[in-house]
Design a protein around this ligand. Structure first.
Ligand code: URA
Length: 440
């Protein structure tokens, strides 16, 4: 096959055959296709798109380009279900959802990534836990999933390697924002992880990649439609990312918020609502509850009883982290030298937040990445971030900044003030879950 002809056919808006797609993925995985042809192909797909059958074929071929995990040892013990988020600011949902779902009978083998740009990465947050091995062997991963019910780790080189190469090329050729390519990228990794089911958390709002609900719907439609062609049961929730999720933004600060939540301490209601809604969807999808109401009650009981905290503790300890992280977090989590409140210049109710700019405050502090591979300052960030509808003023700060230097703290304060619009009149917060998508 001459790949230039395949690129031309897609460029001209034609539907590709299974053979052409499989040829592309083989050439990606063994590097026989040069980067310029891969980039031209990605740009052709960006403009001409792919239908569900083509996207499904790309998904399966990329999943088959490496190892496909199987969870035979868990058969009969519970469903193997994961959640995937399209990413946001302050999104620490995975650390709560995985142990809560595990406490309710799911097995959650969660393979996550590092952050780039304004959204934080789950793996970077895990780095704030001293000793935690986020790249264990496959055997160790399986053992921890079997015993704790959940394990959150990084992507190994042998899971969907074709996607890894394609993604790296898309990242530098302005072809990331293609619905079929995003769909195939996400689903290929999930298929390779051997899941029975997947719940997608598609975020929308100023801190999300899909800023409008229409864009989020287009991705939900594609993911549900394509997952249906691969046999992996998938539901999707469109959730709000028009402001920071929870109170903290920053790697160690977000882990501290998670620990407080699991320990039965204070919780931010929007974070709680997001986590419980997603866990409930996992339990319904995994047939562990008859309906959402029952699923939610089970999830709440798992937090109240402390079982979710015990699952988290076991996962951390078995992957090399401190066994007493939940009882003595301050002993382990790094802290920044400068901690000070950021007050608004006037009084009022928080009306609008540019969540992308808030994510970039973390990048400015050194806690987020400008370019791939950059080392992070895990201690810095924001805590006690005021949410939409909160009254702020000289006694109530917009947030508390954790910085390495006074200059960084000042810049972060200016940027946060610019990112927040106040209103003189009370403001209602947006709903947390906009829509739920299930296959027809
Ligand atoms: N996340 C992925 O894994 N792949 C994409 O293409 C976009 C987001």
């Amino acid at each position: 096959m001459i790949f230039k002809d395949v690129i031309r056919r897609k460029r001209d808006g034609l539907k590709l055959t299974l053979g052409e797609i499989e040829f592309f993925v083989r050439g990606l995985a063994d590097s026989s296709l040069p980067a310029e042809q891969v980039a031209a192909f990605a740009m052709a797909v960006f403009y001409r798109s792919m239908d569900f059958a083509e996207t499904g074929a790309l998904t399966v071929a990329m999943a088959d380009s490496g190892v496909r995990l199987r969870w035979d040892e868990l058969r009969g013990r519970g469903p193997v279900i994961d959640k995937h988020s399209t990413g946001g600011v302050g999104d620490k949902v995975s650390f709560l959802l995985a142990p809560i779902a595990a406490a309710c009978g799911c097995f959650v083998p969660m393979i996550s990534g590092r952050g780039l740009g304004h959204t934080g990465g789950t793996l970077d947050k895990l780095d704030a836990i001293p000793g935690y091995r986020s790249l264990p062997s496959v055997e160790e991963f399986r053992r921890v999933v079997g015993s704790a019910g959940c394990a959150i780790i990084g992507q190994t080189n042998d899971l969907a390697p074709a996607d890894r190469r394609l993604y790296a090329i898309r990242d530098v050729t302005a072809t990331v924002e293609s619905i079929p390519l995003i769909t195939a990228s996400i689903l290929s990794k999930k298929l390779a992880a051997g899941l029975d089911g997947l719940v997608m958390d598609i975020k929308t709002g100023s801190g999300a990649f899909m800023e409008t609900v229409e864009e989020a719907r287009a991705l939900a439609r594609s993911i549900i439609g394509v997952a249906g062609t691969t046999g992996m049961q998938t539901h999707a929730l469109i959730t709000d990312m028009s402001q920071t999720l929870g109170w903290a933004v920053g790697n160690a600060l977000e882990i501290a918020e998670v620990i407080e939540f699991l320990n039965g301490g204070a919780r931010e209601t929007r974070l709680q609502e997001t986590v419980l809604s997603l866990v409930a969807e996992m339990l319904v999808l995994g047939k562990l509850a008859d309906d959402h109401q029952q699923a939610r009650q089970r999830a709440e009981a798992a937090v109240r009883s402390g079982e979710a905290a015990r699952r988290f503790e076991r996962m951390v300890a078995e992957l090399g982290g401190p066994a007493d992280l939940l009882t003595r977090p301050a002993r382990y989590l790094p802290r920044a030298p400068i901690v000070e409140p950021i007050f608004p210049l006037t009084e009022g109710y928080v009306a609008r937040v540019d969540a992308r700019a808030v994510g970039n405050v973390l990048v400015g502090l050194g806690g987020g990445r400008r370019v791939a591979g950059e080392a992070l300052d895990l201690a810095v960030g924001l805590s006690e971030v005021s949410s939409i509808g909160t009254r702020v003023g000289k006694d109530q700060p917009l947030a508390v900044v954790h910085a390495r230097s006074p200059e960084q703290a000042r810049q972060a304060a200016d940027a946060l003030r610019d990112a927040t619009a106040l209103s003189g009149a009370p403001v209602s917060p947006p709903p947390m879950v906009h829509e739920t998508w299930v296959p027809p």
